[in-house]
Ligand binder design. Structure first.
Ligand SMILES: NC(=O)c1ccc[n+]([C@@H]2O[C@H](COP(=O)([O-])OP(=O)(O)OC[C@H]3O[C@@H](n4cnc5c(N)ncnc54)[C@H](OP(=O)(O)O)[C@@H]3O)[C@@H](O)[C@H]2O)c1
Length: 354
């Protein structure tokens, strides 16, 4: 898809994605930058209470950008935030309406704009030693948003809040038991955003996401770039189960919730197959070697297999039944094989520039 190509190459300039199927419906992001007059018109229309669907995305990261394209193509008005002026400019050039935001020191004028939106997606993670940066200003948020148009709020959380459950199948009623500092802060963020939503008379959606992958961020790119493993990736090596989800399916779930009349609640957003990390990595390596023989020069990760197998921690298998039954999500990528294959299929060439 066009979205994959634009985002994939935007996030990783060394990778090129095939421009294979430009959507037939036009949408603003495909048409290039908004003219200044349109931005002004949009700003002024945002101050008027209308029934139009308007999404404000706190944190235009990987998920935020994918979602914006999808929503804009469906006629939503979308605005979002990022932390750097350079990224703001890049996103504006691609047709997004962007605010520069440091969540630890938010400008009042941004909070003032937020209240004109009908939907709010929170995609900013907690900060170690601090907690949720936006919720440091909870009183200000409450007073800014209380008389606004907001009627839907979704907080993007993580399955890490469940902690290590000894390999059990974990649904949304399973008591969270976070162990790491960040997972504990994540749970506190869930509570904080839920409290804010309830104060505003909104029933919040809490989406507990598995490891996110998609074009531009997957085991395929890791193999091609031959980067060393990150600390989080190393930790996941020792897990028997690792839940993950393709970014397209996250967007699907968010859009189902945003269009739904049902009350918000906690949802696990994961695919069907919590396969161990090295299995996924091995599969990605084979896919790349088949498509571009000789490209990978690095040896497969050297793992003490006997130790890993005997020491593997159960963690958890995260259940996605509620997402499918109540949001009606039919996963486009039910497991890593379908997800990785589609990412590879859309890649034209592994390197186009040095
Ligand atoms: N990656 C995973 O596998 C995974 C798994 C479960 C849950 N999650 C969580 O799900 C959410 C969406 O994931 P993602 O991969 O889309 O995240 P992402 O790409 O890291 O995007 C995070 C966004 O938050 C913004 N941000 C970070 N710190 C900020 C601050 N102090 N002030 C203002 N903005 C700030 C970033 O700004 P910039 O755009 O300027 O960088 C970015 O737009 C995140 O909360 C993430 O932690 C991720």
């Amino acid at each position: 898809m066009e979205v994959d190509r634009m985002l994939g190459s935007a996030i990783h300039p060394h990778l090129r994605y095939r421009d294979e199927s430009v959507p037939k419906t036009s949408c603003r992001s495909m048409a290039g930058p908004l003219p200044a007059s349109s931005i002004l018109a949009m700003r002024s229309s945002l101050s008027e209470p209308q029934s139009e669907k308007r999404m404000f995305i706190l944190g235009m990261g990987f998920v935020g950008q994918f979602l914006s394209y999808k929503l804009q193509c469906q006629g939503w008005t979308v605005s979002g935030t990022c932390t750097s002026h350079m990224k703001k400019k890049k996103l504006e050039d691609r047709g997004f309406h962007i605010y520069h935001l440091d969540a630890l020191e938010p400008e009042l004028s941004i909070l003032d704009h937020m209240k004109h939106y009908t939907h709010l997606l929170v995609s900013i993670p907690p900060i170690a030693g601090i907690g949720d940066p936006m919720l440091q200003h909870e009183r200000l948020l409450r007073s800014s948003l209380v008389n606004g148009n907001l009627r839907w709020l979704c907080y993007l959380s993580s399955t890490s809040v469940y902690g290590d459950c000894g390999g059990e199948l974990v649904d949304e009623d399973y008591p969270p038991n976070p162990t790491s500092e960040l997972a504990k802060l994540r749970l506190a963020s869930e509570e904080g955003w839920s409290n804010l939503a309830h104060y505003l008379g909104i029933s919040p959606y809490i989406f507990r996401l598995g490891g996110i992958y998609g074009p531009g961020r997957s085991a395929i790119e890791t193999i091609i770039k031959q980067d060393p493993l990150s600390e989080a990736q190393k930790r996941r090596k020792y897990r028997k189960y690792t839940s993950r989800v393709h970014v397209e399916d996250i967007c699907q779930a968010i859009m189902a919730a945003a269009n739904s009349l049902s009350l918000g609640k906690v949802y696990n957003i994961v695919d069907e197959d919590p396969a161990p990390r090295e299995q996924v990595s091995e599969y990605a390596r084979k896919l790349v070697e088949n498509k571009w023989p000789g490209l990978i020069t690095q040896q497969a990760e050297e793992i003490e297999w006997s130790n890993v197998t005997s020491n593997k921690r159960g963690e958890k298998r995260v259940c996605n039944a509620r997402m499918k039954e109540q949001l009606g999500v039919q996963l486009a990528y039910p497991d890593y094989t379908t997800g990785l294959q589609s990412i590879l299929d859309k890649m034209e060439a592994p390197y186009v520039q040095s």
